[in-house]
Design a protein around this ligand. Structure first.
Ligand SMILES: N[C@@H](CCC(=O)N[C@@H](CS)C(=O)NCC(=O)O)C(=O)O
Length: 223
């Protein structure tokens, strides 16, 4: 039976998991979670994932949430010969992949989340100057990683690119990346966008997120 992925199309971390699944040829049964009625905070969903977030994955009798942990799990079980390049076993390369994944969890994605959730579920009517400065700082960190390797953690694509890339591509419609200030990041994003799985999930997902959040900002401005 295919693992079940609870997701929304607009979710960058859910799209990172879906891109990975495509790359390793793993079929997922996807189920939408209705954020409009707070289904992600329902007792049923909280039982699967106490954080009340997507993505959440159910693989038989095993449940895992948090996209970065989920991607490592899927690679270990289903990655086959793709595992070594996507999450290299060389200790230092793997440490650099982890570094980028933790940067995404703790810094980059959070800087997206703080301009999205308060717009959808509160009164935020656009990113403040502080939000924008924080996002630019995070773009600068990605730029510094890319000054060392062709991709964020190595000279080839790893799962770190899927996670950090999902945030970067989804952030762009909310606070544009300046290609003059961050040329390496702009070129890396353009390269990622050529990938068929990125085109299939992330490019449309980022557009949906951008449209929803921009509409929420406009609506909140009129309050
Ligand atoms: N670090 C987590 C973040 C998950 C997350 O925050 N997902 C968002 C959707 S993109 C969500 O479910 N937000 C609802 C909430 O935080 O209440 C991951 O990578 O899975």
């Amino acid at each position: 039976m295919a693992p079940i992925l609870y997701k929304i199309d607009a979710s960058p971390p859910a799209n990172a998991v879906r891109i990975l699944s495509d790359i390793i040829g793993l079929e997922l049964e996807v189920r939408d979670v209705n954020f409009g009625v707070l289904e992600h905070k329902s007792p049923e969903h909280l039982k699967l994932n106490p954080m009340g977030t997507v993505p959440t994955l159910v693989d038989g009798d095993f449940t895992i949430s948090e996209s970065h942990a989920t991607m490592k799990y899927l690679l270990s079980i289903y990655g086959g010969d793709k595992s070594e390049s996507l999450y290299p076993s060389d200790v230092r390369t793997r440490a650099l992949v982890d570094q980028c994944m933790f940067f995404n969890v703790g810094i980059f994605f959070i800087r997206l989340k703080v301009i999205v959730l308060p717009a959808l579920f509160g009164d935020l009517d656009g990113p403040t100057e502080k939000h924008k400065a924080d996002i630019d700082e995070a773009y600068g960190i990605v730029e510094a990683y890319l000054a060392k390797n062709k991709y964020v953690a190595a000279d080839h694509l790893t799962i770190a690119d899927l996670s950090v890339g999902a945030t970067a591509i989804s952030m762009h419609p909310l606070h544009k990346l300046d290609p003059v200030k961050f040329p390496l990041t702009a070129a890396w994003i353009a390269k990622l966008k050529e990938h068929p799985a990125v085109q299939k999930y992330l490019v449309p997902g980022a557009k949906i997120l951008g449209d929803i959040v921009n509409a929420a900002w406009d609506k909140n401005k009129k309050k």
